[in-house]
Design a protein around this ligand. Structure first.
Ligand code: GTB
Length: 213
């Protein structure tokens, strides 16, 4: 059984691990599953061959035998359900870990995306300077709540899980804004995620594609 994922042929971040294939690679590394990568150009994302796998024309996708998936939350959950290492064995613990996965993509990631769009896509608009503080405060609202919950816990709910993988992946995109460092326990939490050998392998693999040749 060969697992094939897609990633940018050339990631706009130059391989700093910000594109979403990194979280899928991380999950596969945590699960000890080898995988192949099909690199896709931006124009090819919108061509029928790729749209057949992801109707929204985005990376990453996941293919394995007859199964084709898109959406990182779904892909990571699938990996976690099929292999050991990313979800607790008990049903309640699994449900809580999955809850944290949803919280990451549904509750914490949206204001972070809004900030990213405001900075990268709307940075040249006349109203951005006025809007940016509002968008940053929306991020802070979520970070404050998450920071209060996390307290001095190592991970969100007991041992490291797919919930932490998704949450750390979402949070690390905030680093360049400086907001993550306003919450010392969240910055340390993300650093713990990045220190995991599986994350390091995932990061190195995507960097190798994007490093200047
Ligand atoms: N909800 C989907 C998921 O979780 O899988 C979102 C997938 C998604 O946004 N994919 C982006 C994509 O394919 C790449 S990750 N975009 C191309 C398009 O829509 O045409 C987003 C991303 C891209 C680049 C950087 N960067 O360079 O810093 C960071 C994040």
């Amino acid at each position: 059984m060969t697992i094939t994922i897609t990633a940018f042929e050339r990631s706009p971040d130059g391989g700093r691990g910000l594109a979403r294939d990194t979280r899928v690679r991380w999950a596969l590394e945590e699960a000890g599953q080898p995988y192949e990568v099909r690199l896709v150009s931006f124009p090819a994302l919108k061509q029928p061959a790729h749209l057949a796998v992801n109707p929204f024309g985005q990376i990453p996708t996941y293919e394995e035998e007859g199964l084709a998936l898109f959406e990182t939350g779904s892909i990571v959950l699938h990996i976690a359900q099929c292999h050991k290492g990313l979800l607790p064995d008990d049903a309640d613990g699994r449900a809580r870990a999955i809850t944290w996965m949803f919280a990451a993509v549904n509750t914490v990631e949206p204001p972070i995306l809004e900030l990213q769009n405001a900075r990268l896509l709307e940075g040249d608009k006349s109203w951005t300077a006025e809007r940016l503080p509002l968008v940053k405060d929306r991020c802070r609202d979520r970070l404050k709540q998450l920071s209060a919950y996390l307290g001095d816990r190592e991970w969100l709910d007991g041992a490291f899980s797919a919930g932490d993988l998704m949450m750390a992946s979402v949070l690390l995109r905030l680093r360049s804004s400086g907001l993550l460092d306003e919450y010392a326990n969240l910055a340390a939490y993300v650093a713990r995620g990045e220190a995991r050998p599986a994350y390091k392998r995932a990061f190195a693999a995507q960097l190798a594609i994007n490093a200047p040749k």
